[in-house]
Design a protein around this ligand. Sequence first.
Ligand SMILES: [Zn+2]
Length: 1095
Amino acid sequence: MAAFAPPGAPRPNSNNNDPSQQPPHNYNPNLNPNSLAANFNNLNLNRPPPNSAPRPSPFGQAPHFPSSVPPPGVPSGSPPFSRPGPPPAAVARPAPQPQQPTLPPNAAPVRPTGPPIGHPSSPFASRPPPGTFPSSMGGNVPPAYGAPGGPVVSSPSPPPPLGSHPNYASPPFATSPVMPQPRSSAPSGFVSNGPPAFSSGVLPGGPRFPPAGNVQQPPVGPPSTMGFAGAPPQAPSMRSLLRSPMVAQPGPPVQPAPPFSAPVQGVPPPPGSYGAPAWQMQPGQATPPLPMPGSAQPPRMFGMPPHPLPNQSMTSIPPMGQTGAPASATSKIDPNQIPRPIPSSSAIMYETRQGNQANPPPPATSDYIVRDTGNCSPRYMRCTISQIPCTGDLLTTSGMQLALLVQPLALPHPSEEPIQVVDFGEIGPVRCSRCKAYINPFMKFIDQGRRFICNFCGFTDETPRDYHCNLGPDGRRRDADERPELCRGTVEFVATKEYMVRDPMPAVYFFLIDVSMNAIQTGATAAACSAISQVISDLPEGPRTMVGIATFDSTIHFYNLKRALQQPLMLIVPDVQDVYTPLQTDVVVQLSECRQHLELLLESIPTMFQNNRTAESAFGAAVQAAFLAIKSTGGKLLVFQSVLPSTGIGALSVREAEGRTNISAGEKEAHKLLQPVDKTLKTMAIEFAEYQVCVDVFITTQSYLDVASISVIPRTTGGQVYYYYPFSALSDPAKLYNDLRWNVTRPQGFEAVMRVRCSQGIQVQDYHGNFCKRIPTDVDLPGIDCDKTIMVSLKHDDKLQDGSECAFQCALLYTTVYGQRRIRVTTLSLPCTNMLSNLFRSADLDTQFACFLKQAASKIPSTPLLQVREQVTNLCISVLLSYRKFCATVTSSGQLILPEALKLLPLYTLALMKSTGLRNDGRIDERSIWINYVSALSTPLAIPLVYPRMVAIHNLGSKDEDESLVPPVIPLSSEHVSDEGIYLLENGENCLIYIGNLVDSNILQQLFNISPSDEIPTQFVLQQYDNPLSKKLNELVNEIRRQRCSYLSMKLCKKGDPSGTLFFSYLVEDKSPSGPSYVEFLVHVHREIQVKMSS
Ligand SMILES: [Zn+2]
């Protein structure tokens, strides 16, 4: 240890890790500058491909990666930050020359000499399973929430309407004892089909629309317009709250991480993960529609006073017309009056607490800048409701669910103050001695600062002598404002030895590449090699960075990368049943020692195997062998797979029946194809997780791969699945490269374990996401990055006090890429309430919808689609019914009254039902990919996934220079799509550009260099031509990439062909084979509520 320093004070030389490695002492993984600036600067690979041949030869033609132009708003040139080591730009590299194979294919194989490996040679081989980490995190202590509470409020009586799916919040209404029921006598009948007539008006108490009359459902009535007086967005009110967002607050003890100097307008790219299905359909194949997101954000009520008046905000939709309009076809509803998301145009300043009260967060999809004034930033953790119901009964009555969405390494906005790193020295962070909660702003110091009361379990501890401080007149410690752990919702503690079972692991990257015949012939191998070769320079610098590489078909080929050898030496492992790793010490070597050999090898691989005729793939065995190679340290395993694994351990078969690429809901048991075929890969994955190996799989294929089985490995190890289908050597390499680059450069950590603690009265029910769980209280994350989000469902085990606060604390113990052990502690304290109306007022739509989405996705593999859709609809209806029944002041049953905060819930619910995951048509693998994507999806990307953003791009040129780069959002309805227009639709992962039939040929020529008579190219690469329109389009696409942290797959669509069908399938407000129109759905919801009200 270095010289003693007071707890919490900056400690010189406290980095007791390998000194030769020089991460900044207070290195903050969230602030990895290269990740942020360089990455997205380099996303714009819009240059023309090297040649226009549709499909370049798979060999020797590395995809051309043009140098990038920084998108506007992003500093150009090298980022203003510096990370140890030169930040490499992702500039185009000349395609590797097809060289003479340095190794004859499969020739001169060196038989592995060593013993069949994998065993104890390494000091870590037998390290205790990660489950032991928790001990230092409090694992030995009884969890706070486990504590027996007082009289436990038993779960609400009424059975969940959703049947036997307990995961869904159970919204029993029948028994809601809490609120008085407004009289609702009139069940207005329902009109059979057809939109009822609505009239608009405003009811007292909030923006709503007066019923056209509250008569029950009459026969067909004249169509009136349905008017919605949506509440005006309230966002802007927040702006003035923050006077000096960037003031450096931290007092002396703090060691601020490097500040961002990026301009404020550089909107923080919402983290995104990938996984959405590819856009390009194979010829003749039905086009499964993919969801696209929109970044539209619903007007929300964040920022409203903590105790708003009841019923003050609601939106009511007039009933079906006075006379009960039978929805005659003539009914005309003004679609412009339906609640729709209203994007906010500028960044909102947001303080997490004001006046000692929690401030409800802005919409996750909005652009906001946080000032942490005690509660954590909503980027790291947000709750489905910003006030906590005092009892489980109250929660049940509301129909809502209580859950947290935790994204512990989320990217901050460039203008936000960096997270403070606090070092308590050898004593480690101060914690409650009973529940092990970490010191936070809500622990109360008493007795002149000599003792403190835990805000989680109520236990009173002695203040450690070195941490003592007197209290001021306000009862707070006098040093509270100078200590981040006492005034910030998020801090990062330097971990002591107590938090380690071994030295923090190095950064290890092992690349595993499919070289089977198909992979070679489609160009997938060449694309993978080129991408890897280019990201090598982006790996963390330092002696602790290790790399390894192997290729495989029906056997596995390792390469000895030792410097002494002139050329990489291939080592073949032919046994794919009982796998071992040759020369363990030489196949994973320090990056600094093998950089050149690695590059040479990567250039050679496509040529070495160019004549490979082996069609089989030993995926499972190869992954196992690679795991053995890095088992002693743990690390990241990046696998590039192109065909169905057909041999060796974990071999799979084509479960999807021949010729049956579209599984309809009518086919019973279809969902079983979405489950892993057996437990083989899962068992392997659990072992990988135990040894801190995180696996990412890049699927570059043109056929069925059984994603459902393969994806078990990434999901269990904190990894991710990427999907390029059908893989195109023309359009996919750029995306593959950018995805890989973001994968290795984004802020991330290794060998992590996470636990969420709650105040007495609430406990964690379950965790949901990509991780491995060995004990109920913790999740193990061999890898965790800024994009990964974990849903934490909560339940009551006791009553909470009205007016008190309930706190949640997420502790993530992890190792940075520079080998520092850290504990990121995120704390959120929210008020408790007995008022149902408060719950509705503080409902967080984005978070609630993200939970809906994740729960629905997790049901798909075990439940017929039809049932999942019903459950989703019922959830939506339950929430709205509760509000209608207990909170709405209006007595007319003829109105559909929506709580202001959740008025877009019906729209997003409908969009969810029409999404790739829940609609009937579509390929099995695409549905699996969707499920995987959703599993770890962040809150800001949840709504965009199902409700994409659509903008017109044919008139980009007419915009004023100073307007936002992103044009106004257009509702997802075909009424807004003109034949003369060109539209861009994106959901954070995929981007469709629709070209109308009557588009001005000039515009078409300028944007895409094609004429109306030309075929729309199926494989599209966005290019920039020398005209202002093209330039603007490129700027727009780059801006979207930056916002989404995703490169986006691009596709052109034209009316009348499958691509057009695909595009229109995203217009979720239209009636389609996959569901009713938005208006029809509102009518349905209204009808259901009326029926339930009257029953
Ligand atoms: Zn405690």
